[in-house]
Design a protein around this ligand. Structure first.
Ligand SMILES: [Zn+2]
Ligand SMILES: [Zn+2]
Length: 564
């Protein structure tokens, strides 16, 4: 804890979210210090979000770093609060554009290193490991990690001291007096920081609409232990692989009931290795391999598996489909979902559960068996306690959709915080000097990882794919000879368009081909020399015809081939 220097007259302290404000996911927070023309920046978290039905085929969504990339020289460091994908998932993708040193605690660093290795960046991108509760200095920022509780090992809040005041960036947190894995939320450190004076608290809003408290992991252990004790046959239990405390809970609940544990799913195995690298998951019987587990009686085994969100290639989906090479579930077996439904995953989860039910598997979910899962984010009572400990002058809600941020801002004002400000991605908030206000709006958007390629949000590939997925596609092919006469075609083919007995698809193709031929004949001799003009004219005529037939606007792709 080093004393902050005095501020220079033009110095400003700003907060700039480029992701994670007005959405849950893709956290990308920047803090800037200095005069407006010469700010130094630190980044706190650089995460991803996932695509949905509106982004078919998109694997990942990244925050667009264009604004800060232009100031990449002035980024002193990238601090990662914890290892969830929405906080570290974009590092390996965007680091080459930012090239700043990385700071993380050991568990986060372990997983980050793997991601960097996959992209061949392990030598270039340097990670400095900071111990829990560690202190380090980055230019005008003096940082102190504060141990919190969440749903992954080593969640950290960051106290950021600057000459213009101190920020408490909470990251993701909850208050659990008995988290089973890792230390409890460091109330004393937060209270001490509050006594010293906190200018602004940038805080998790995920559960602001939920009354009471998130609940303790210790209670989950009791509830799950009792539940598993009543089950016969094989038990499959699904949870997030990164929730090591929950893995530990489920494993101990299984052992208490005389069951050995088999991990199923790559990320479950990888996460158990990361956990062991920092001394977690100790004192347990060795895990069985899938092949060993097959030799065990059903009621002596628990499969701990990935796929609680209905992910199609995960272990649980393959068990439900009957395609898992080693694990078969059937009548009399049970499946425990020790997880919540992430908004957007309702349909795949329902499909998964229907398939399991069809196999005769009994299902246990949070909805019908409360207490087999608790959230990792603070509910209203926990938020209230945090505000009582920290007593910030300014509340800056983050990690929420618009409605969460506004509700959180209102709650903070009710709790006597003198100012609350709920920025959108790209809003530059001046925290000091003077009252907090939005002083600038910078470009903020998203990038899509599409078939492994980083593409702009409004790129052609996804737009065309989305358009074709609703409207279908037509291809037109024609062959011209050396005199620009039709040697063959035009031939029209359809993809994803219907026909019926009254008007078959073949008839529709013939009619469209006739219209394309007429369009070709209407072209002048000169125009027929130009492939682009020929393609344009034929595409337009086929589009018109398609609209007449289907009242749709399919993607039309015309190809001119020439033979001499
Ligand atoms: Zn998290
Ligand atoms: Zn998060």
């Amino acid at each position: 804890m080093s004393a902050a220097l005095a501020p220079a007259p033009d110095d400003e302290l700003v907060f700039l979210p480029l992701g994670g404000s007005n959405e849950i996911g893709m956290n990308f927070n920047l803090y800037g210090y200095g005069p407006a023309h010469d700010r130094k920046w630190i980044v706190v978290d650089l995460g991803v979000t996932f695509g949905d039905q509106t982004t078919p085929g998109v694997e990942l969504i990244l925050p667009d770093p264009t604004f800060i990339e232009e100031h990449a020289r002035d980024i002193i460091g990238i601090v990662l609060t914890h290892a969830h994908e929405d906080h570290i998932g974009a590092v390996a993708w965007l680091w080459p554009r930012l090239k700043a040193p990385l700071y993380a605690t050991p568990f986060t660093a372990f997983l980050l290193r793997e991601k960097l290795r996959e992209k061949g960046l392990q030598d270039e991108a340097r990670i400095t490991e900071i111990p829990l509760s560690g202190n380090f200095r980055l230019g005008p920022f003096d940082l102190n990690l504060i141990t919190l509780t969440h749903s992954i090992p080593e969640p950290n809040g960051v106290a950021i001291r600057t000459p213009l005041g101190t920020i408490l960036h909470t990251g993701d947190w909850k208050i659990d007096p008995d988290p089973l894995t890792g230390a409890a939320t460091d109330e004393a450190a937060i209270r001490a920081l509050g006594d010293e004076g906190i200018l602004a608290m940038v805080c998790d809003s995920t559960n602001v609409f939920v009354d009471g408290e998130a609940g303790s992991e210790a209670d989950v252990r009791d509830t799950l232990g009792a539940l598993i004790g009543t089950l016969k046959g094989k038990v499959a239990a699904a949870c997030f692989a990164s929730n090591v405390a929950r893995m530990d809970t489920i494993i101990r609940a299984a052992e208490a009931n005389g069951r050995r544990v088999c991990l199923v799913g790559r990320s479950m195995i990888r996460m158990s290795q990361a956990a062991r690298s920092v001394g977690l998951l100790e004192g347990l019987a060795p895990f069985l391999t899938d092949a060993e587990a097959r030799g065990f009686p059903g009621d002596k085994i628990l499969y701990l598996c990935t796929g609680s969100q209905g992910e199609p290639r995960a272990a649980l989906a393959r068990m439900a489909d009957g395609t898992h090479p080693h694990v078969k579930l059937g009548k009399g077996d049970s499946c425990v979902f020790s997880s919540r439904i992430i908004p957007g995953n309702e349909i795949p989860i329902r499909n998964l559960q229907n398939k399991l039910a069809d196999l005769g598997v009994r299902l246990y979910t949070e909805r019908d068996h409360p207490g087999i899962h608790v959230s990792g984010h603070p509910c209203r009572d926990e938020l209230k306690r945090m505000y009582q400990w920290a007593r910030p002058k300014i509340a800056v809600p983050t990690h929420g959709e618009r409605r969460h941020l506004l509700e959180h801002a209102a709650l903070a004002l009710d709790l006597q915080v003198s100012q609350a400000i709920a920025p959108r991605n790209g809003d530059m908030v001046r925290l000091a000097p003077g009252a907090a206000s939005i002083i600038d709006e910078v470009p903020a958007g998203r990038l899509y990882v599409d078939a492994g390629v980083v593409t702009p949000e409004n790129g052609d590939a996804l737009r065309e794919r989305r358009h074709a997925s609703v409207n279908g596609m037509l291809t037109v092919t024609l062959v011209l000879d050396g005199e620009n006469r039709l040697a063959a075609g035009p031939e029209v083919r359809a993809l994803g368009l219907p026909g019926d007995d009254d008007y078959t698809l073949g008839e529709a193709m013939d009619d469209l081909a006739d219209e394309a031929k007429d369009a070709f004949h209407r072209l002048s001799a000169d125009d027929r020399d130009d492939d682009a003009l020929v393609e344009g004219a034929l595409s337009r005529s086929v589009k018109k015809g398609a609209f007449r037939i289907w009242k749709r606007r399919p993607v039309v792709e015309t190809t001119v081939m020439r033979v001499r």
